[in-house]
Design a protein. Structure first.
Length: 195
């Protein structure tokens, strides 16, 4: 008879993921091992393997969830039928808030995604491409003529993501810039330049 799933299974699995995220963010994936993750979440090696077959599967689950959760946050924004400049600002703000609130997972994505299996990297890339596609659609609504050529739209979307992806490393909302103000400034920079 098959072993039944514990009522705590999902909670324990999420706890392991959170402990692994903190460890990977501070030490790096390559410098962490399954025993250290187990110690961090008070789980034996055998218990760790009950929830995840490998350290790599922990990384894959973590990063897939990170990007899919972000997709869920921004997909509704991208499809809003509103002033494109407002939609763009909301899209920017959603990323700034999400990356800040999930800074450890985002750090792991930036520094350790190359440790994923080829299939997991391909799946992650497909999810990230969906994010870029959302942004391209917003840019085309902002200026259809300028972003008529896909290569220009992709280049601008990637430049914007380059800015967004690294903001979590320096931004602190406890300072003088709220998320709202930072999003407004980033939007103004993208739409109007620095002059």
């Amino acid at each position: 008879m098959a072993r039944t799933k514990s009522e705590e299974f999902d909670h324990i699995k999420e706890h392991i993921l959170q402990c692994a995220t903190t460890l990977f963010a501070s030490k790096g994936f390559a410098n962490s091992n399954i025993i250290e993750i187990g110690k961090a979440c008070n789980a034996s090696k055998s218990r760790m393997y009950h929830y995840f077959p490998s350290k790599e599967s922990i990384l894959e689950t973590m990063l897939r969830a990170h990007v899919e959760d972000l997709l869920a946050v921004v997909s509704d924004i991208a499809e809003q039928d509103d002033d494109p400049a407002l939609v763009f600002e909301r899209y920017i703000r959603a990323h700034l808030e999400y990356y800040y609130q999930n800074s450890e997972r985002h750090s792991v994505l930036i520094q350790d995604a190359d440790h994923l299996s080829p299939k997991a990297r391909k799946d992650l890339k497909a999810a990230e491409t969906r994010l870029v596609t959302f942004l391209i659609a917003i840019l085309q609504r902002l200026n259809k003529e300028r972003y008529r050529e896909r290569n220009i739209a992709v280049a601008h979307a990637m430049l914007i993501y380059g800015m967004l992806n690294w903001t979590y490393t320096w931004y602190k909302p406890s300072g003088h810039l709220s998320f709202e103000t930072l999003a407004r400034e980033a939007t103004d920079l993208c739409l109007n330049g620095i002059s």
